[in-house]
Design a protein around this ligand. Structure first.
Ligand code: M6R
Length: 608
């Protein structure tokens, strides 16, 4: 969840590290810090609670002289509060390190090495620094290998030793790290956004390997301290820096909402062959769709809600059990899956630790795994049997928007291909399904073009402490994501309920202080949903109604209506998603909150 960057080479390190940290800040933004190897080999630490902007101010005041190597960190607090002392880097003797992940046995290590009186911070990371310093007697590889044998948990570290000027060491266990050797020096980071201003070629640091960065070379070692025979595959970034900039938009989230139609085209069109979904270029064989007797979808957060929509689409057509699990629960519920189950893993980042652990468990159970992932080369993508990449480009805002839409697009295509190969759809039905999927792109554009009207809807939310989202069937599945979006960036308590369930308790919470966002796009339950809306209206709720253009609605039903284009009922999620994202966005903007970096959150959840 933290951002990591390291640089050694001919250029000035502070500029590279601080710019890199600005790009990585979306990974964690409680505190930030840098460690710089100065010309006299002394390592200068500057670390502060707060945003990178704050750190930059301190760096301007404190740095004098040149530095050509250093490491930098943005923190998402796990152990210990948000303080300068708990910010990274941590120093212990000659060792200075930054850490992403959790050292689960830090308490035992503290006792074993009798560190209690030496620790300045409350972090597990400083314990690792102290232990490493105890183990260090001039041979970094030897000390790091000894440290690793003592640690439980997930981690990536970047380490400098005061008597090894110009060298940066790193080790990875689960938590992601990418590295590059460029004509302007060697670099390492927790993700690509920090590297792409300097290079498009990179490699993923293999787990349980140590890398040593020197100004013109990145060496990779096995844990037995020998050079690795198989240098990791060099990969090429398939997006440019523009994709990671705001490009005139006030926030990444608004930019990413606008990027959805293109992201949809990029995800769908390369997989259309003669009007049918075709995954042969992705190397995904039809046999995995033919042979399974159940589908288990596993993910977290927004990705899991995309899975809920997929289940509602797939199960009625495929007529096999489709289940959706929260990854962090799946791991501990002794799942009933085996080699006849197809496990679909969904993750934007491809690094979410619970989702990754669920994937590994699915493999242990013998299931075939298919990952729907956005980040190329991520751990989940590499470890799955098959991967269907979504092509959303980098998603920087913590609130997921375009990643959700393209996850849905990929899942709809999987559903269609499965129905075709299992004989549930004729070719004509599959072609028609795909054509309906493509029709949602202009429908999303139409909704996004109504953003000023949607901003007006949002103005009715800003003084509320609770907002409910209701719908039935697919509309309920979309509501879950709408509620998550609103709560995570506006801090308004928002929940989604199946509209028919309200009378079983939740309606007690409805009053004239509670806006209800009602979604009614499903013809077969339309009348029932309208009755449920009347029930909350009768209790004073302010009703925001989302319906199709052609819906017949009594004027007295809703306080405000948002009409979406008349796409087929199975596809209304796409324009509705854009509308719900914009409601959340403008609510957060109107409350003057930090839209892209909401409190307590981080983009990539790499700790359990
Ligand atoms: O990278 P992933 O798709 O695995 O991330 C899963 C969730 O952490 C993520 O969707 C989260 O819920 C978003 N902040 C929601 O906007």
């Amino acid at each position: 969840m933290c951002g990591i960057i390291g640089y050694t080479g001919p250029l000035e390190a502070p500029k590279i590290l601080l710019e890199g940290l600005s790009g990585l800040e979306y990974r964690g933004y409680d505190s930030a810090g840098v460690a710089l190897c100065m010309e006299d080999s002394h390592i200068h630490l500057i670390k502060k609670a707060g945003k990178v902007k704050n750190l930059k101010g301190h760096c301007r005041q404190q740095i004098s002289g040149s530095s050509h190597s250093g490491i930098g960190h943005t923190r998402w607090a796990t152990h210990g509060g948000v303080t300068d002392a708990n910010a990274h880097p941590h120093r212990a003797g000659k060792v200075v390190l930054i850490h992403n992940g959790i050292i689960e046995n830090y308490h035992e290590l503290t006792e074993k090495f009798q560190l209690q009186d030496r620790l300045i911070s409350q972090t597990d990371s400083e314990v690792a620094a102290q232990v490493l310093n105890e183990l260090y007697s001039g041979d970094p590889l030897d000390a790091i290998c000894s440290l690793i044998k003592l640690l439980d948990g997930s981690y990536s570290f970047c380490i400098m030793f005061e008597d090894q000027p110009g060298a940066i060491f790193a080790i990875r266990n689960v938590s992601p790290l990418v590295a590059a050797s460029t004509s302007s020096g060697s670099m390492i980071a927790s993700d690509l956004t920090a590297l792409i201003p300097y290079t498009r070629q990179y490699f993923v640091v293999p787990e349980q390997h140590i890398v040593k960065l020197t100004p013109y070379k990145v060496h990779v070692y096995h844990l037995d301290e020998t050079f690795t025979k198989d240098y990791p595959e060099i990969m090429t970034v398939n997006w440019n820096m523009d994709a990671a900039m705001k490009n005139g938009f006030p926030h990444f989230m608004l930019k990413e909402i606008h990027e959805q139609p293109d992201a949809m085209r990029n995800t769908i069109l390369p997989r259309v062959n003669k009007g049918l979904p075709d995954f042969s270029d992705d190397g995904i064989p039809d046999s995995i769709f033919e042979s399974c007797d159940q589908v288990q979808i596993i993910a977290c957060g927004t990705a899991m809600y995309a899975g809920m929509v997929a289940r509602a689409i797939m199960q009625p057509v495929l007529k096999i059990p489709i289940t959706v699990s929260i990854a962090s629960e799946f791991r501990y519920e002794e799942p009933l899956i085996d080699k006849k189950a197809l496990v679909i893993i969904i993750s934007q980042s491809g690094e979410t630790i619970d989702t990754l652990a669920a994937l590994r468990l699915a493999h242990q159970c013998g299931s075939k795994t298919l990952a729907v992932v956005n980040v190329k080369g991520s751990t989940i993508a590499r470890e799955s049997d098959y991967v269907l990449y979504t092509h959303a480009g980098p998603e920087i805002a913590v609130a997921s928007t375009k990643a959700y839409s393209v996850q849905l697009a990929a899942l709809y295509m999987i559903s269609c291909r499965m129905a075709l190969v299992r004989g549930k759809y004729t070719r004509d039905q599959a072609c028609s399904f795909l054509s309906d999927l493509l029709d949602v792109i202009p429908a999303m554009e139409t909704v996004i073009a109504q953003k000023d009207f949607i901003r007006n809807i949002a103005s009715h939310m800003i003084h509320s402490t609770d907002v409910f989202f209701i719908g039935r069937g697919l509309d309920y599945a979309f509501s879950l994501e709408g509620a998550l979006k609103l709560k995570e960036i506006s801090y308004i308590h928002s929940e989604a309920y199946a509209a028919g369930e309200l009378k079983h308790g939740t309606i007690a919470l409805i009053s004239d202080q509670v806006p209800v966002i009602a979604i009614a796009t499903q013809e077969h339950v339309y009348a029932k949903t309208i009755s449920n809306i009347r029930e909350v209206k009768a209790r004073g709720a302010y009703i925001v109604l989302l319906v199709k253009e052609n819906a017949q609605v009594d004027d007295s039903l809703a306080d405000i209506q948002l009409r979406i284009p008349n796409v087929d009922d199975h596809f209304t999620v796409f324009p509705i998603a854009a509308a719900l994202q914009l409601i959340a966005y403008y609510t957060s903007v109107s409350k003057h909150l930090d839209v892209d970096q909401p409190r307590n959150l981080a983009k990539s959840v790499t700790v359990e």
